[in-house]
Design a binder for this molecule. Structure first.
Ligand code: C5P
Length: 222
C-alpha cells in the first residue's frame, strides 16, 4: 500500500511549510487540500457567482480547471492556465474558502480529486479533514496546533515579507473567525482523528517540527 501521512490543524499552525519540507525531503507527493477550497472560492469570485447559490458553487468545484507545477521553492498553482499561486493566499480568499468548505456538495465534489493525489512513493496531505474523512486509513496522522497569537505572528511576518501590510489585531480576529467557522461546521469539522499524534508547534522552529515529523514517518513506515 502506498504510504500516506496526514497533517491537519487550524490556519497558520505551520502545516503547509512542514508538509512541503517533509515531502521534499522524502521525495513524496504533496496535497495542499486547502488550495482546492481556495481555488473554488476564487473561481466563484471571478465568475461573480452568488455565495448562496450552492449548486453553482458545487459545479465550479466539480469542474475546477486547475493544474499544479512543481518548482524548486514549492508549487505553482494555475486556474484556467492563469498563475494564481499568490492570489489564492489572500486573507479574503481564505475566508471565502472557509465559507464554500462548509458546503457538503463542495466537499463531495472535491473528495475523489483529493484521493487521486495518492501515488508512489508516498503522499503528505495537509488540510483540516485529511485524517478524519479523506484518508481515514492513513497509518500516520498528525494534528498540528499553535496558540492563536503565535499563528497570527507567523502570518504577519509572512505577509510583511511579501510587502503586504496588515494589522496584527485584524489577523488575530480573522484567524479566530476562520477557526470557529471550520470547527463548528456540521460536515467534516476541524478536529483531530482519534488516532492522531498531536504536535504543538508554538515553541518549536520549522526545522525542529520537520525533524519530528520525519522521525515519525521513519518509525511508522520502516
Ligand atoms: O489550509 P488553508 O488555510 O489554505 O485552507 C483554507 C480553508 O479551506 C480553510 O479555512 C478551511 O475552511 C478549508 N479547508 C477545509 N478542509 C481542508 C482544507 C481546507 O475545509 N482539508
Amino acid at each position: 500500500m502506498i504510504p500516506v501521512v496526514t497533517i491537519d490543524g487550524p490556519s497558520g499552525a505551520g502545516k503547509g511549510t512542514i508538509a512541503q519540507n517533509v515531502a521534499r525531503e522524502l521525495g513524496w507527493g504533496l496535497l495542499d487540500s486547502g488550495s482546492l477550497y481556495r481555488l473554488t472560492a476564487l473561481a466563484c469570485i471571478q465568475q461573480t457567482i452568488d455565495f448562496e447559490d450552492l449548486s453553482a458553487i458545487e459545479l465550479i468545484a466539480r469542474n475546477l480547471p486547475v493544474s499544479f507545477q512543481s518548482v524548486p521553492d514549492g508549487l505553482k498553482i494555475f486556474l484556467n492556465n492563469e498563475d494564481v499561486s499568490d492570489a489564492i493566499r489572500e486573507e479574503t480568499i481564505g475566508m471565502a474558502a472557509s465559507k464554500v468548505a462548509a458546503m457538503g456538495g463542495v466537499r463531495d465534489a472535491l473528495l475523489e480529486r483529493q484521493r487521486a493525489f495518492v501515488s508512489a512513493p508516498g503522499l503528505i496531505a495537509d488540510g483540516r479533514d485529511m485524517g478524519t474523512t479523506v484518508f481515514p486509513q492513513a497509518p500516520l496522522k498528525i494534528f498540528m496546533t499553535a496558540s492563536c497569537e503565535e499563528r497570527a505572528q507567523r502570518r504577519y511576518k509572512q505577509l510583511k515579507e511579501k510587502g503586504i501590510s496588515v494589522s496584527l489585531a485584524a489577523l488575530v480576529a480573522d484567524l479566530k473567525a476562520r477557526d470557529e467557522q471550520d470547527s463548528n461546521r456540521p460536515i467534516s469539522p476541524l478536529r483531530p482523528a482519534d488516532d492522531a499524534i498531536m504536535i504543538d508547534t508554538s515553541n518549536m522552529s520549522i526545522e525542529q517540527v520537520t525533524q519530528k515529523v520525519l522521525e515519525l514517518v521513519k518509525q511508522t513506515f520502516s
